[in-house]
Design a protein around this ligand. Structure first.
Ligand code: ZN
Length: 274
């Protein structure tokens, strides 16, 4: 669910709220009013326990997607797609937020971090990258890298390889996504589907051998030719689970697609530490 926290619930990750980092969590007028009038200690404790029991996924992006496709940026569309996740707090984080969207209290609370970046990879501080990688390897935080985030600093550091694709070409029209590992939790309930997608990445992808290739795909080019490639790859790195998904070019409304949203939801639940 995308929570409308009461003010008290927001105070649970105290430092986060104190730093004014409500991020994408919407504090509704109703919620604020409720918080104001909420006096019972029992209620307060119940709210606190509930927020602490919830798992937490942080959806981060750099804020460069075109507004006409993504009015609330790519992470806004992903957050919306995760609103039905029960027992989860879904938090939107942006590069432009204080601490680049990931203050320590939030990073330490996150069970899963979803990442979309493209033009501003270099702006992400190495110190933050180190903390993210540590959270994954040592504490089991899940990490999900999307599309051009193959070159995101945390993704490269986790993979330990160049993370290059053979080619990146904006000459395609569609991407047909096929399920390669139907038994994998990320593929649950997902059947073959096709999306509009104007940019293809060509194999090989310079990463360690994944534990599973969950999805493959075939891009159809404007001239009718086709280009097959890996689309969804899963690893276990240290104590953490990592998933990379190739689709997600910013000029296509990929993250509003019902199939993609299913995959995002499945991936969050799979990547969370048990
Ligand atoms: Zn792209």
């Amino acid at each position: 669910m995308v929570q409308e926290f009461s003010r008290r619930e927001l105070l649970v990750p105290g430092a986060v709220a104190a730093a004014g980092l409500v991020l994408g969590v919407s504090l509704s007028a109703e919620g604020a009013e409720k918080a104001k009038t909420e006096k019972s200690k029992t209620k307060k404790d119940k709210g606190k326990a509930k927020a602490e029991a919830n798992r937490c996924v942080v959806v981060w992006s750099e804020g460069t997607a075109p507004k006409e496709i993504y009015p609330n940026d790519i992470n806004g569309a992903i957050v919306e797609g995760l609103k039905d996740l029960k027992g989860w707090d879904v938090v939107k984080a942006n590069l432009s937020d204080p601490d680049q969207g990931l203050p320590e209290a939030l990073l330490n609370r996150a069970d899963v971090l979803i990442w979309w970046g493209h033009k501003k990879h270099d702006e992400v501080k190495d110190e933050l990258v180190g903390k993210i990688v540590k959270r994954v390897k040592e504490n089991g935080m899940g990490f999900i890298a999307l599309h051009s985030s193959h070159f995101a600093k945390p993704n490269k550091k986790l993979m330990g390889t160049a993370c290059t694709w053979k080619a990146y070409v904006t000459d395609s029209t569609t991407l047909k996504v096929t399920v390669k590992s139907p038994e994998h939790p990320i593929a649950k309930g997902v059947k073959e589907f096709t999306i509009q997608h104007g940019e293809r990445y060509s194999d090989p992808y310079a990463v360690p051998t994944p534990k599973a290739v969950v999805f493959e795909g075939v891009a159809t080019l404007k001239d009718g030719k086709t280009d097959p490639s890996q689309v969804g790859l899963a690893w276990e790195i240290g104590k953490g689970k990592v998933f990379y998904f190739q689709a997600g070019h910013e000029t296509n409304p990929v993250f509003f697609d019902v199939n993609i949203r299913k995959i995002m939801s499945n991936a969050v639940q799979w990547a969370a530490p048990k």
